[in-house]
Design a protein around this ligand. Structure first.
Ligand SMILES: Nc1ncnc2c1ncn2[C@@H]1O[C@H](COP(=O)(O)OP(=O)(O)OP(=O)(O)O)[C@@H](O)[C@H]1O
Ligand SMILES: [Mg+2]
Length: 263
């Protein structure tokens, strides 16, 4: 990626009634980097993601993706432009298989409807070729995230950590340039977290994606972030390299009395 102005947020602000959930937040994400947003519960992290992915319309500020202000565009349009996300709470179809969930992640690339396509297309037809191409892409993601054993299982019956990975896979199936991960390690055990770090690095280096990460696990944040933005009460506290942010007095204060221990 040669474009060095992939993604930036400028003076982003959104209010809910009397509450300013995000208050003049600005940052820029370097292509190919992992940029993390940290802050206590209710700080406004997910709200920033909701603005970026088009679920919320900010009151003011701009969100620039590849030179274009995407504020006010609908979520599917933003996804089509190359921004995919995972949710803080898993949002998968539990009575569908892993493969089916990942195929749904590809819907924005499909010219033929995935269901009618699967049922009615003729062998060798354009729809059939398209379906094969999509399946190949999904198989690559299954390989990348080591999800072979889950491929044909209903997602609802799989362990929590595996479901989180499938959500990640579904976001990757969109073939995004920018990937938003909202607390991907929440609810994972330490082994699953280690694997997740490994996969995120793989996604960063092998797929060349740019990653915007919200994460409460400070060890993980410090391990994988190139830059970190700390916010509290919707406002930026500081931005910098992990070792700088970790030592910032305001950051330490914001986390005091919380379970998360920095360091
Ligand atoms: N749709 C909404 N309507 C009203 N208030 C909202 C809405 N969405 C978010 N908020 C409020 O905005 C604030 C920021 O919430 P947000 O979910 O962004 O926090 P967060 O930093 O992601 O917290 P957590 O770490 O707990 O996930 C909270 O006070 C929340 O209640
Ligand atoms: Mg949140």
């Amino acid at each position: 990626m040669t474009n060095n102005n992939l993604f930036s947020v400028d003076q982003l602000t959104i209010r809910f009634g009397g509450l300013t959930a995000v208050d003049r937040v600005s940052f820029r994400v370097e292509p190919g980097s992992v940029f993390s947003i940290i802050g206590p519960n209710g700080a406004g992290k997910t709200t920033i993601f909701n603005c970026i992915s088009g679920l919320y319309k900010p009151d003011s500020g701009s969100i620039i993706f590849k030179g274009e202000n995407i504020v006010g565009q609908k979520p599917h349009r933003i996804a089509r432009k190359g921004i995919a996300r995972t949710f803080q709470n898993i949002e998968l179809f539990s009575r569908m298989t892993t493969m089916e969930n990942l195929m749904l992640g590809r819907h924005i690339h499909m010219k033929t409807n995935v269901w009618t396509g699967a049922t009615f297309f003729r062998r060798g037809s354009r729809a059939a070729r398209e379906e094969i191409k999509h399946r190949e892409r999904v198989e690559k993601i299954i390989d990348l995230l080591d999800l072979q054993s889950a491929r044909n299982q209903f997602v609802g019956g799989l362990p929590y950590g595996t479901q989180k990975l499938i959500e990640l896979g579904r976001a990757l199936a969109l073939e995004p340039e920018l990937l938003l991960l909202d607390e991907p390690s929440a609810g994972m055990n330490s082994e699953e977290k280690q694997d997740l770090v490994f996969w995120i690095k793989d996604i960063q280096y092998e797929l060349g994606l740019t990653i915007l990460l919200i994460e409460h696990d400070m060890k993980m944040v410090m391990d994988i972030s190139d830059l970190i933005l700390a916010i509290n009460f919707g406002k930026p506290i500081t931005e910098g390299k992990p070792e700088e942010v970790q030592r910032h007095p305001e950051v330490l204060k914001a986390y005091l009395g919380e379970d998360e221990v920095i360091g």
